[in-house]
Ligand binder design. Sequence first.
Ligand SMILES: Nc1ncnc2c1ncn2[C@@H]1O[C@H](COP(=O)(O)OP(=O)(O)OP(=O)(O)O)[C@@H](O)[C@H]1O
Ligand SMILES: [Mg+2]
Length: 440
Amino acid sequence: MNILVVDDEATQRDLLGGFLKNQGYRVLLAADGRQALNIFQREPVQLVIIDHRMPGLTGDEVLAQMKSINPTVRSIMVTAYGNINTAVTVMKLGADEYLEKPVDLPDLLKKIQQIEQQIAVDMDIAEAEEILEDGPLPLKIIAESAAMKEVISLTRRVARSPFPVLIQGETGTGKELIARLVHLIGDRKSNPFIELNCAAIPENLFESELFGHEKGAFTDAIHKRRGRFELAHGGTLFLDEIGEMPLSLQPKLLRALQENKISRIGSEETIDVDVRFIAATNRDLKKMSGEERFRQDLYFRLKVLEITIPPLRRRREDIPQLVEFFLERYAATPVRFTHDAMDVLIKYPYPGNIRELENVVQRTVTLARTCLVRPEDLPEEIRYHQETTHGTLSERMKSLEQEMIVSALKKSDGVQTRAAELLGISERVLRYKMKKYGIK
Ligand SMILES: Nc1ncnc2c1ncn2[C@@H]1O[C@H](COP(=O)(O)OP(=O)(O)OP(=O)(O)O)[C@@H](O)[C@H]1O
Ligand SMILES: [Mg+2]
């Protein structure tokens, strides 16, 4: 990474420059804004460390000009000690980080490493998005949250390698979607993507599904049949719900993965297969292998590369965009959620994750009478959750108390003696509580 250090004080410039060179960065130095801009136009600079107060152009002026030349440049602004207000302004001007003088070198290094990490993630995402946009676009993936962006970036890196991938995540988090993405952005995309759901295959047919059989190999084997491994040759084989795979078959799968060879049932002949292998599960395979409910050797072979998709409740920033996306998919006419309804949707914990959100949006827009969906139009389980579990116990008790007081006062036309009677408390207590909650 190329780092440009801009500071009018030579000692400070040399201190930072020397330190960063020692850390293996390529460092460029400038003594003022003009010089800095000159260098910036000539050299590819990924990060600028810039003093805020300099004679001539100030740090934020220089940075603004740099951003107009290259909007992706990252920056760390160095400000005088205690100048927090400027620091806030500096962040608003687009600096990624700021540091106070005297600069703490380990802290500087940590910030640079974080920025490097972000640059790498952004590049992976940009690449993945480009590929998704250029391609035939069979899938759209919403990744607004930092957590999901990480997943996409990891997927991008994983897709380049030939090793087995294990995708883990709760039900409905998008495991299948990510498996398809691995295939689509990898170099096997023009070859087949073959899928087998291990939960949907009866145990006695499993082996033949995977490896195929010869005619007459068993009673129902009327014709010769190729298995999923052969069908996926040159492409990707996706075994969904791998946790449900019968234990008895697991050694055979392991052998096929290790040797890239299979045999059809009823045949001695071995067939070479070249498949990219992806498995997915919502079960805890590590725990299962510890309890001997899943072969440990197979588990280790599968998890060479792991992608874990976080549940939706840990990345609520994705919810508004997902709602938009599903509205487009399911609403026959334009439909909108009120601010309050969106709020309820964002707060719900979604045990069924994205699939559940998808169902909620689909059901709601299908049943909606108007083009505006209010909280009361949302499915019962979501409203019910909101009513019963929102806030702590004491918060809920307080809000219940307020509601009851207001309603009693309404019923008694504001006559406090009567309202206190309805509530079963003394007038003095009622007045105290009204004052406490600011009820007039
Ligand atoms: N990030 C996302 N953006 C858009 N749609 C998504 C996203 N993640 C999941 N979906 C959609 O949510 C639904 C569920 O996703 P998927 O089938 O991939 O989940 P899964 O983890 O395989 O679930 P299960 O464990 O139940 O098999 C699909 O319709 C999928 O298209
Ligand atoms: Mg699935």
